[in-house]
Design a protein around this ligand. Structure first.
Ligand SMILES: [Zn+2]
Length: 333
């Protein structure tokens, strides 16, 4: 999250920026700034807004950004993972330039925007690297910062933990890259205006397969013994209380991110014999959605749950094409 005003470039600074073209061979290569596995234990929710106007697009000309967004949002699956603790890591060697700690880990939905006005980044660290590059790490957990101003850090060194401080409503790292004061998208450095998928990647080559652009992703998937809400999912209750043979209901759920206007989601639940016992097709999405929770389920039959493997299948169709799918099982024995 976090929105900042665009920097106004004055004449003399503009000359400086143009002059830096001579140093383009000194491009940094960043490591993943979070101790998690992309696509499994963390997910990219938003990229830098590549559109200077009031509309929005990410570096591929896709929808995963919002107006004025100046960083990359790497999101944890739930608040339960945040509470368990996930380290924020220095993306490259450097020296700690600034830090802020002491802000509460409170969702902006509870605390309101005014409470974080002027401190939207929350608890944060800024690291200076060579040749005028800087990285900034926002929304860290209160009391988790492990580096002092002036301290040297190595790449992948833990500097704190992901939190919920500043202007945020879900646990994530907002990772900002700057070069001589200008915002840089580490997925598309120096991309031409209106280019889609162009520019230089500033990530280490080994990371690039995991960082491949995913227009839509499954953030959470599983089974529950009661209806699922965003709150129970975030709190980890759903995972802590898995269904069993006594469970009053069997509910298969999915939370997706990045779904688009016009997407049609469907879920099917099959019993151990392969018979479809519940089915749900959602309404066509009326707008792009940062996150979407869908579930299907049924109450315990009077005869109890048949023992065996229950299978859930989730699909997303867009204009008739399959654009996302996931299947998952649970054994009731
Ligand atoms: Zn952000």
């Amino acid at each position: 999250m976090q929105r900042t005003r665009r920097l106004h470039v004055a004449g003399p600074l503009l000359c400086l920026v143009l002059a830096t073209g001579a140093f383009s061979e000194e491009l940094p290569l960043f490591d993943l700034p979070v101790a998690c596995e992309l696509g499994r234990s963390c997910f990219i929710q938003n990229y830098v807004d590549a559109d200077p106007s009031a509309s929005t697009r990410d570096y591929t000309c896709g929808t995963l950004s919002y107006d004025g967004h100046n960083g990359t949002d790497i999101r944890l699956p739930t608040m339960a993972e945040q509470r368990a603790g996930v380290d924020v890591l220095a993306a490259a060697p450097g020296r700690v330039l600034r830090r802020r700690d002491g802000m509460a880990d409170t969702s902006v939905r509870e605390g309101g925007r005014d409470a974080v006005k002027g401190s939207e980044c929350g608890n944060a660290v800024v690291i200076a690297h060579d040749a005028g590059w800087e990285t900034q790490y926002c929304h860290m957990a209160r009391g988790s910062l492990r580096v002092a101003v002036g301290e040297r850090v190595e790449a992948r060194q833990p500097i704190g933990r992901i939190g919920l401080s500043g202007l945020t409503e879900y646990p994530h790292l907002h990772f900002i890259v700057r070069h001589r004061g200008e915002i840089v998208d580490p997925f598309a450095h120096q991309a031409a205006p209106n280019a889609c998928g162009a520019g230089r990647m500033l990530w280490l080559p080994a990371l690039r397969p995991a960082l491949a652009y995913q227009p839509r992703q499954v953030l959470n998937a599983g089974f529950a013994g009661t209806p699922v809400t965003m709150a129970s999912l975030e709190a980890g209750d759903v995972v802590r209380q898995p269904p069993d043979t006594e469970t009053p209901a069997l509910v298969a759920y999915i939370r997706g991110i990045g779904l688009k206007i016009g997407d049609v989601q469907a879920m099917i639940l099959r019993d151990p014999s392969g018979q479809v016992i519940a089915r749900h097709e959602a309404e066509r999405l009326p707008r792009n959605q940062a996150q979407t929770l869908i579930f299907v389920g049924l109450r315990k039959p009077p005869t109890g749950w048949a023992r065996g493997t229950y299978k859930a299948s989730y699909t997303v169709l867009h204009e008739g094409n399959l654009v996302l799918e996931r299947s998952f099982n649970i054994d009731l024995r």
